[in-house]
Design a protein around this ligand. Structure first.
Ligand code: AMP
Length: 425
């Protein structure tokens, strides 16, 4: 029968990679709790309407990338393409925004029907961090400091921070008209994609990587030159705070993001180490979104980290993730020994809660079981044969080095194994 394969753009994270993922998730948890952020776990499916209203009708995400389907009662649902909308929905729905701010985070899978390539998948994972109810640049700076601390903790070098301000919505509307006017004058130099966006989402054209359009876009009007006073002060305030904290950044006047809800601050952390998919983290302020979703007018800001891309950077850096090989492999030969193997293993796990002990399972003679022990990569085999079972002893065999072995009383086992676990325990 033909074997069934995973869906294109959705990949398994194999056991050899999960230690790196866990290191990343543990680091994120530790850093975020150090800033007073609390974990939220929203569902992965939401009403389609939520994303239409938040991410925006004219974005690539909503227009052509969502996994949307009718449930059995005919309601249109979507797998979430991002998580800000869910965090805001939850905060509004549960009344968490009444008179106070909320600092929230979430890690989980997101779904976008994009063209899969290295660093771009149809199911991918994000760490999402949201600060709801804070109007000033101070919390924008806090989010950037969180990112920087996370990169440092993960020992990632060379991430660049790019900043821009998109101003208020009124400014964006006025700027959009100016930009469309400029680009229409040069319509013959636009590629097909940009011509299409001219009607739907002209700001995104600024983001184009097409080398033939760079001169045209370099000379285009810049939104930072059109900011209202309040947005300019906000942007300058953020830059001053980052300078005071020693965070390096550059202002990229062409930085726009793929979602409609951003106002004022937008930022990205980028690397040159991952080829075309160099954006590791993106975020910004979305002061209108809470009201768009039906909540009280509430300023808010946040960011999302692409975990697959961070994992790729972690795999390339010096120093491996934590070792998950077992400390010992217990194998029993003969009926009597096999009956007692689990109870011995349980005693060892009781005495050494952090021991990684694998008990051989399945049929096979001594030779086959030793082969299993070898494959497990455990440095120590605990052998329980007929004689050992009868005499209440166990044979320890070093799997590496000289392969030496010794027979010991079971009561000595805990101390010997403790010595092997060493600083792990
Ligand atoms: P966004 O939600 O579009 O602002 O993206 C935030 C971050 O998520 C990006 O900087 C990427 O690191 C990551 N990301 C977005 N889309 C994908 C994807 N299809 N595959 C892998 N990572 C992604």
């Amino acid at each position: 029968m033909k074997a069934i394969q995973a869906i294109r753009g959705m990949k398994d994270i194999p056991p050899a990679e999960t230690p790196v993922w866990r290191e990343l998730e543990d680091a994120a948890r530790a850093v975020l709790s150090g800033y007073g952020y609390r974990e939220l776990r929203p569902p992965v499916v939401e009403r389609t309407e939520l994303f239409r209203r938040s991410v925006g009708e004219a974005t690539d995400i909503v227009e052509k990338e969502m996994y949307t389907f009718d449930d059995r009662s005919g309601e249109s649902l979507s797998l979430r393409p991002e998580c800000t909308a869910s965090c805001v929905r939850a905060a509004v729905e549960h009344g968490w925004l009444r008179g106070r701010g909320q600092r929230l985070w979430h890690i989980g899978p997101m779904f976008r029907y994009e063209r899969p390539q290295k660093g771009r998948y149809r199911q991918f994972h994000q760490l999402d961090v949201e600060a709801l109810g804070f109007p000033g640049p101070d919390v924008d700076a806090e989010l950037i400091l969180i990112g920087e601390r996370l990169w440092r903790r993960l020992r990632l070098g060379a991430l660049r921070l790019e900043l821009n301000s998109l101003g208020s919505r009124a400014i964006q509307d006025a700027f959009r008209a100016r930009l469309v006017e400029y680009l229409t004058r040069h319509a013959s130099s636009l590629d097909e994609d940009s011509r299409r966006r001219l009607d739907t989402n002209p700001l995104r054209i600024l983001d184009s990587k097409n080398p033939d359009m760079q001169d045209l876009l370099g000379a285009a009007p810049r939104i930072v030159d059109c900011l209202d006073d309040e947005s300019r002060e906000h942007f300058e305030g953020l830059q001053a705070m980052l300078e005071a904290s020693g965070v390096a950044f550059s202002v990229n006047p062409r930085l726009v993001r793929g979602l409609d809800y951003y106002t004022r601050t937008v930022f990205e952390w980028v690397t040159d180490e991952l080829g075309a998919q160099g954006a590791v983290c993106g975020g910004g302020r979305y002061d209108g979104l809470v009201a768009d979703i039906g909540g009280p007018p509430t300023p808010a800001t946040g960011f999302a980290v692409g975990l697959e891309r961070v994992v790729a950077l972690m795999q390339a850096r010096q120093g491996a993730a934590s070792d998950e090989r077992p400390h010992a492999y217990l194998l029993a030969v003969g009926e009597e020994a096999q009956r007692t193997a689990h109870s011995l293993a349980e005693q060892l796990r009781d005495a050494l809660p952090r021991v990684r002990l694998v008990v051989d399972a399945g049929p096979g003679n001594f030779k086959r079981k030793m082969k299993n022990a070898d494959r497990s990569e455990a440095p120590l085999a605990l052998i329980l044969g007929e004689d050992e079972a009868r005499e209440n002893r166990i044979t320890l065999k070093e799997m590496h080095g000289d392969g030496g072995q010794q027979s010991v009383e079971r009561s000595q086992m805990v101390e010997i194994l403790r010595g092997h676990i060493g600083s792990d325990d």
